[in-house]
Design a protein around this ligand. Structure first.
Ligand code: ADP
Ligand code: MG
Length: 366
C-alpha cells in the first residue's frame, strides 16, 4: 500500500508558536514510517508558509531557515499570494492525503485553517470549522454547554465597544453578582494570554483594559478555589474519555509562566479523585464534546471545587499540545494508547469524516 502523505501544519502567528514547533517534532518522530510519509509545513511568525520533505530537513526549525515561502496570507500584511509550485521546488509535488494541523490558538484552531482545508477538500485531524471556532470563543462555548445542561462557571460579558463607552455599569454588575476576586479574560484566547485576577475595583478596570487588548469581548467570572482537572477525548461518533489528569501550579493561577516557563508546575496522572467523581467528570467531558459536535480530539478542562468536588467545564481545547510533556498524549498513554497509535486513530478519524462528507448530496434532486 502506498504511504499516506501527512501534512503537518505547525508554527503560526501565535503566542504558542514555539510550543507548536515542539509538538510537530514529537508528532513527526512518532508517526510510523512504514505507513506515513510526513511533509512539514511550517508557518513562520510573519504568516508565511514553508514546506520541507522530512527526509532532508528533520528539524522543524530547518524548515523556516532554509526554504522559500510557498504561501502568504493577508494576515501577514502582504495580501494573498499562493505561488505556483513547480517540479523540483519542494515537497508539494504530490497531493497530501491528510493534514494534521498543530497550530495552537488563532489562525490554527479557531476554524480559519479548517475553513481553508475544507475549501481545499483535504481531510484534516480535529474538529471542523464551526466546532473549532466555538471552542476558541469562551463566551459561545459556555452558551452551548449551558444549553446542554452542562455546568459552567457563571460569567458576565461585555464588548470592548460597550466598555469603552461606559465601563461603570459593567463594573457594578460584576461587583453585585460576584464580588472580588474575579477572573477577567479575553473571550478568545489561549495560554492564559490577557487573563488576570482582579482583587479590587482598580484591578478590575485595569484587567478589563488588558483583556480588551486581545479581543473584542471581555469575560468576567468569580475566582473559584479550585483544582484543575483535565480529560482527553478521542473519537468520532462514539468518542472515548481518558483517565483524568490534574495540574498543580505553584503560582497564583495557571498563567503563561506556569504553562511554559516555570519548572514548578506538576501534572498528576491519574488525578487523585474518588472513582465515582472521576467517572462523572469523564461523562461530562464526553457530553461537552458531543454538545459542541467535536470530532477527532479535544482536551476538556475542568474546575473542581476543593471541598465539595463539584465540577464545572472550563473549556475545550481542540488542538492541545503534543509535546512529550503535554497532557493530551500523556493522558492517552496512561489510558493504554501510546502516541503512535493515538496518531493512527486521529488520522483514521480525519479520513472517516472526509468520507462521510463526500457521501452527502451536494445537489438537490427532487
Ligand atoms: N473562574 C476561575 N477561577 C479560578 N481560576 C481561574 C478561573 N478562570 C481561569 N482561572 C485560571 O486561569 C487559567 C487560564 O484560564 P482559562 O480560562 O483556562 O484560559 P486559557 O484558554 O488561556 O487556558 C486557568 O487554568 C486557571 O488557573
Ligand atoms: Mg485553559
Amino acid at each position: 500500500m502506498p504511504k499516506l502523505r501527512v501534512g503537518i501544519v505547525f508554527g503560526g502567528r501565535s503566542t504558542e508558536h514555539e510550543v507548536s514547533v515542539t509538538s510537530a517534532t514529537t508528532i513527526l518522530k512518532a508517526l510510523d514510517p512504514a505507513r506515513y510519509a510526513p511533509v512539514l509545513i511550517g508557518v513562520d511568525h510573519e504568516g508565511r508558509w514553508h514546506v520541507a520533505e522530512t527526509e532532508h530537513q528533520l528539524l522543524p526549525e530547518g524548515v523556516f531557515a532554509s526554504s522559500a515561502a510557498v504561501a502568504t496570507f493577508p494576515s501577514a500584511g502582504a495580501g494573498l499570494e499562493l505561488r505556483e509550485i513547480r517540479d523540483g521546488d519542494n515537497a508539494l509535488q504530490a497531493p497530501l492525503n491528510v493534514i494534521f494541523p498543530i497550530i495552537h490558538g488563532r489562525g490554527g484552531e479557531d476554524g480559519s485553517l479548517q475553513g481553508l482545508l475544507e475549501l481545499a477538500d483535504v481531510p484534516y485531524v480535529g474538529p471542523g470549522v464551526s466546532n473549532s471556532a466555538l471552542c476558541m470563543d469562551k463566551t459561545l462555548t459556555k452558551r452551548v454547554l449551558r444549553d446542554a445542561g452542562i455546568p459552567v462557571v457563571p460569567s458576565r460579558e461585555a464588548s470592548r465597544h460597550e466598555l469603552l463607552r461606559d465601563s461603570n455599569a459593567f463594573v457594578q454588575v460584576v461587583e453585585q453578582e460576584f464580588g472580588y476576586p474575579v477572573f477577567v479574560k479575553p473571550s478568545n484566547t489561549g495560554s492564559s494570554v490577557g487573563i488576570t485576577k482582579a482583587h479590587t475595583r482598580a484591578d478590575l478596570l485595569e484587567s478589563i483594559n488588558i483583556a480588551a487588548r486581545y479581543d473584542f469581548n471581555v469575560l468576567v467570572e468569580p475566582a473559584l478555589s479550585t483544582r484543575e482537572i483535565e480529560c482527553a477525548v478521542l473519537g468520532g461518533h462514539a468518542p472515548e474519555a481518558s483517565v483524568l489528569g490534574e495540574i498543580i501550579s505553584a503560582r497564583e493561577f495557571y498563567d503563561y509562566e506556569a504553562k511554559y516557563v516555570s519548572d514548578d508546575t506538576q501534572l498528576v496522572i491519574p488525578a487523585p479523585l474518588a472513582a465515582e467523581r472521576a467517572d462523572q467528570i469523564r461523562s461530562l467531558a464526553l457530553e461537552a464534546f458531543r454538545a459542541l459536535k467535536c470530532w477527532g480530539m479535544a482536551r476538556v478542562d475542568f474546575f473542581v471545587e476543593r471541598e465539595s468536588e463539584r465540577a464545572w467545564v472550563n473549556e475545550l481545547n481542540t488542538h492541545p499540545g503534543f509535546t512529550d510533556g503535554s497532557m493530551y498524549p500523556r493522558l492517552w498513554e496512561a489510558s493504554g494508547i501510546a502516541l503512535p497509535e493515538l496518531l493512527d486513530r486521529l488520522i483514521e478519524l480525519a479520513l472517516e469524516r472526509h468520507r462521510e462528507q463526500r457521501s452527502l448530496e451536494v445537489r438537490f434532486r427532487s
